[in-house]
Ligand binder design. Structure first.
Ligand SMILES: Cc1ncc(COP(=O)(O)O)c(C=O)c1O
Length: 386
């Protein structure tokens, strides 16, 4: 269907941070299939895990034990310090599970119509509940009546949520992204998540963190919230978890781990042996390669390089981000940069109209990081001068 405005390019293969078209033209991939291919393309360890599992057992129902699923859930629990996990196939589905949990939690609090507090400029998915949660009128438009039960507040403003809590008795949960991705790489104040944690504790609300874009090393920590020394009650993951094999997870801490009982939620494909084998290989590869630390190094290099080249440009409003997620906000819409990037052999992204978003992989060498900085800066300088 006509759901995407597509770029005039098709890639036939990938290798590490590079994509190639049918003419064998190389493109440095700074989008990673939208924050998915953190380990780059055709990573040998992921390829091997997928091929081995595909030639053994691809799928069985969730009515039987699936050892790969149990192993993956245990790994996610160990990495996050949370208690258990529900596995699904996408980010929107992981958030649907989290929203259902918020409702169950709210009913247990004695609330008839539990509300989830969400942020403006957020993005949580395209299903009916997740688009109602999404703080972007363009995403919601045309799909009314929207699913009820979401209250939007400004992002980064814990005080707005505290005030709401004094006015309303029907709040069950707060759901935010640690850094808003689609919304423009919006980085909240450093005390935002700790303040939300304290508010949720004081009021009995669940703190749900949508780590679908920020999780699995993207920010230079396994999960974005780990920079702030807090734990959520529920965390959702997808995107980089399978490095391109579709998989999502809704991971729950003590307060949320027992909300679902048998029969309350499910998924045919969720957590099948193939997807779990891919995700286990992703986690192993990051761990064995010490790639969380490498994401921090790449982040620091990108930050200083981009700021050195573009920081003094009057048309560059801000350069912000962390690890492997960066936004360069310009003072004007910059959609044409996408095609100009392709011409220059760069696959990048523009979000929130004026923000060039970079979501590079962790498998870039220092020389490739420098190439990305030079390529992006040159492109932006040319665009701004035109
Ligand atoms: C923060 C966040 N949540 C949810 C989603 C939806 O994920 P999916 O497209 O896998 O449903 C996205 C996708 O961009 C996202 O960035």
């Amino acid at each position: 269907m006509n759901t995407y405005g597509r770029l005039p390019v098709a890639f036939v293969r990938g290798e590490g941070p590079w994509l190639y078209d049918a003419d064998d033209k190389a493109y440095l991939d700074l989008l990673g299939g939208v924050a998915v291919c953190t380990l780059g393309h055709a990573h040998p360890a992921i390829t091997k895990a997928v091929c081995d599992q595909a030639s053994t057992l691809v799928h069985v129902s969730n009515w039987v034990n699936i050892p790969q699923q149990a192993a993956l859930a245990e790994r996610l629990v160990a990495l996050s310090g949370l208690r258990n996990a529900f596995l699904c196939n996408s980010g929107a589905e992981a958030n649907e599970a989290a929203i259902k949990m918020a409702r169950v939690h709210g009913h247990a609090m004695g609330i008839d119509a539990p509300q989830v507090v969400v942020a403006n400029q957020s993005f949580h998915g395209r299903t009916m509940a997740t688009l109602a949660a999404t703080g972007n009128a363009k995403v919601r438009a045309g799909f009314e009546p929207l699913v009820a039960g979401f209250i939007h507040v400004p992002f980064g403003d814990a005080e707005a949520i505290r005030k709401l809590g004094t006015e309303r008795q029907d709040i069950a949960a707060v759901m935010v992204e640690p850094i808003q991705g689609e919304g423009g790489v919006n980085v909240p104040p450093a005390d935002y998540l700790p303040q939300l944690r304290a508010l949720c504790d004081a009021n009995g609300w669940l703190l749900i963190l949508d780590e679908i874009q920020t999780g699995i090393g993207r920010t230079g920590a396994w999960f974005g919230h780990q920079h702030h020394d807090i734990k959520p009650d529920v965390m959702t993951l997808a995107k980089a978890l399978g490095n391109g094999v579709p998989i999502g997870a809704c991971v729950a801490g003590e307060k949320a781990a027992e909300l679902f009982k048998p029969g309350m939620h499910g998924s045919t494909f969720g957590g099948n042996p193939l997807a779990c084998a891919a995700a286990l290989a992703v986690l192993d590869t990051i761990e064995n390669g010490q790639l969380i630390a490498r994401a921090q190094v790449i982040g620091a290099r990108l930050s200083s390089g981009l700021k050195a080249r573009l920081g003094d440009n009057a048309a560059v409003v801000q350069i912000r981000g962390r690890g492997l997620i960066w936004g360069i906000e310009l003072d004007r819409p910059c959609g044409p940069l996408l095609n100009l990037g392709l011409e220059a052999g760069l696959m990048l992204n523009v979000t929130a109209e004026r923000v060039v978003r970079l979501l590079p992989s962790v498998v870039m060498s220092d020389a490739e990081v420098d190439q990305a900085i030079d390529g992006v800066a040159t492109l932006i300088e040319k665009f701004l001068a035109s």
